[in-house]
Structures are given as C-alpha cells and as structure tokens.
Design a binder for this molecule. Structure first.
Ligand SMILES: Cc1cc2nc3c(=O)[nH]c(=O)nc-3n(C[C@H](O)[C@H](O)[C@H](O)COP(=O)(O)O)c2cc1C
Length: 340
C-alpha cells in the first residue's frame, strides 16, 4: 500500500472547506475568502493534468501566499500525467492535491475525467497511488455517490475501499449522483437527489477515514448539524460564493473555535491594497470585484452595493475608490438602521 503523507494543516482545515468551482474560485476569490476565514480549507478551480503537463500552462498554478491552506484540484485519468501534475502542484507549494471524480461536464467527460471515473475505481486507485508516490503532499479525492444507474449503496463503499487502499485517507463526497446523459453540469448540481444518510453511513463503515460531505449546505447551522452527526468535514460551494459574508465570516468562531476571520467591511478594507496592486500590474477591477458582490447579501444596502460594483467596475479607469465609496454608503446605511 502506498503511504500518503498526512499533513495536519489541511486535514484540520478540512473541517470546513470552500468547494472548487470553475471560473469562480480563482485566486482573487480565494484571497477574499481567506480574509473572511483564516481557518477553512480553500480549493482551486479544477486544473487539468494535460494542461499542465502537455500544455505547459504553469500559470494555472499561480496563487497568493496568503491563501494557505489551499488545495490544488486536478482533473485527469492518466496516472503518469496526474503524477507529473501533482508533483508540479507540490513544487508550487499547494498544501494538498485533490483529484476530481465528481464533475459531470461534457468537456470533462470527453477526456475521461471527473464523475465518469466513479465507474472505474481501480483506475482512480492507480491514479492516486501514482500521485502519492510522486510528491510529498496529501492526495485527496472529491467524488459523487455514484453515476447514472449505479447502485450508490454498493458502489460508494466499494469505491472508497479501493481508493483508500491505494493510500487516500481523506474524501469529500458530493452527496448526489451525477447523471452523465441528459443533464447540464448546472442541473447535475441540483436535480439528482441528495442522500446525506448514505454519506453518514460511510463514516460508520470507514471510521478511520476523514470524510467530508458536500452538496446543498447553505448555512453554518446546517454545517454544524452534519459535523454533529460524526462527519469530519463539510464542504460548501455556491452558498460560500454567493453569501461569503454570511457563510464564511462566522466560520472560524463557530467551526474552529477561533475568532480569526475579518468582518465583511474589514475584509473590503483589506482588499483595497490588493486591488491597487492588481490594477498596477495591468489587471482589471472587475476581475476582483465580481467575487465581492454577495458580501453584504441580506443586509441593508446589499442591492446598492452589488449594483455599484457590477456597473461601476466595468467603467474604464475605475479603481479602489469605487469600492471605498460603496463601502462608505453601506456602512452609513447600517449605522442609520441601527440608530432607528
Ligand atoms: C460554477 C461552479 C463550478 C464548479 N466547478 C467544479 C470544479 O472545478 N471541480 C469540482 O470538483 N466541482 C466543481 N463544482 C461543484 C462544486 O464543487 C460542488 O460540489 C457543488 O456545487 C455542490 O456543492 P454546493 O451545493 O455547496 O454548491 C462547481 C460548482 C459550481 C457552482
């Protein structure tokens, strides 16, 4: 059995993680999330092994040092290529290398990666063993409970048993099947029914493994309830992206017992020098502010904040002052509301 090096930092942080999301969890998004939570584990968007190894697209590994603990998610199904990509990820300094066995998109299916690999646990085990042997970081897997007409009750424990025998000690399970025909990737995140109970049963079957649950978890209350049922971690995707203020601001105190993350207004202030540096390097304001739109979701002025950022950031020459002004408006509105 290959030995998977367990690094305590990402494993502890995995009690709460922000899901890998293509086009969403880029490095600017992760920088913002890291201000809101010092403790949770952050995942990159999926980077394909062929893009790194054959395409030499090493810029896809760029990240900010402030993002740690941060996991690189890889897509692929060729053990040699995945091993080379994992090595590049470790050299770049990622804390964990994760294999995507959950993504149902057409493009990904055509390259035989993602959720279709739920049908070939032996190949996933081989890939993971190669990734583990090639580099020192912990290798983890994000999977579904099954695909298409598979019997999830049988397939999932078999999958976990085989892949863990290759040395993987930590899994994140998106608690629904992927239907590979007929549903768009977006529909595949909503339509196949969630089965949290099956994932909870996996923890009883594999008490020695670190199992995180994912899918439809929208609040810290829901996350805590699942942790209370014995699961080791909770991964939150869309809710963390759309309402980062709600989901991530209180996370350090509630999930990790440490009050280390910033409030939403303080995080905005801390983003200003980051934005300035990005603009000075030739970047666009909108590349950062698009991830900040939901920061005040549900609070007075949220709509104005969203509008100022989405409309204003597209204007030529717009800079951090736009964000500062929008923040000043939302803070004064909040002060007025509190005074009433
Ligand atoms: C825009 C978007 C992009 C996604 N990209 C990836 C990806 O690159 N890799 C992956 O494993 N899952 C991806 N997912 C799935 C999420 O990681 C997560 O499993 C899913 O959204 C369910 O969690 P949630 O209900 O908390 O959002 C993506 C989801 C969204 C919304």
């Amino acid at each position: 059995m290959a030995e998977n090096v367990t690094k305590s930092m990402p494993s502890r942080a995995a009690r709460l993680s922000v899901a890998p999301m293509m086009d969403w969890t880029d490095r600017h998004c992760r920088y913002l999330h890291r201000l809101l939570t010092r403790e949770a584990l952050l995942y990159t968007e999926m980077v394909t092994a062929p893009a790194l190894v054959r395409g030499g697209a090493l810029h896809l590994l760029d990240y900010n040092v402030e993002e740690h603990p941060v996991a690189l998610q890889l897509g692929g199904s060729d053990p040699v290529e995945l091993a080379a990509a994992a090595k590049l990820g470790a050299q770049a300094g990622y804390d964990e290398i994760n294999l995507n066995v959950g993504c149902p998109s057409d493009r990904v299916q055509s390259g035989t990666f993602g959720a279709v690999l739920m049908k070939d646990a032996a190949l996933v085990a081989e890939c993971c063993a190669a990734m583990i042997a090639a580099q020192p970081r912990e290798v983890t897997v994000k999977c579904r409970i099954g695909v298409d007409d598979q019997n999830a009750e049988e397939v999932l424990p078999d999958f976990i048993a085989r892949v863990s025998a290759a040395g993987v000690g930590r899994f994140t399970i998106h608690a629904r099947k992927a239907w590979l025909q007929g549903l768009s990737p977006k529909e595949n995140r909503d339509i196949p029914p969630l089965d949290y109970e099956l994932v909870v049963r996996m923890k009883a079957l594999f008490p020695h493994l670190h199992l995180s649950i994912n899918g439809g978890i929208a609040t810290l209350d829901a996350a805590e309830a699942l942790l209370d049922r014995g699961l080791d971690g909770v991964m939150i995707g869309r809710a963390a992206y759309h309402q980062p203020g709600d989901v991530l601001c209180g996370a350090d105190a509630r999930i990790f017992g440490r009050d280390t993350g910033l409030s939403a207004p303080d995080a905005v202030r801390a983003m200003l020098p980051y934005i300035e540096a990005h603009l000075a390097a030739g970047g666009k304001l909108n590349q950062i502010t698009r991830h900040m739109l939901g920061l005040f979701a549900g609070r007075p002025g949220a709509r104005g904040w969203r509008r100022s950022l989405s409309e204003g950031a597209a204007h030529k020459g717009a800079g951090p002052e736009l964000v500062e002004e929008a923040l000043a408006r939302i803070c004064s509105l909040e002060a007025e509301t509190q005074a009433v």
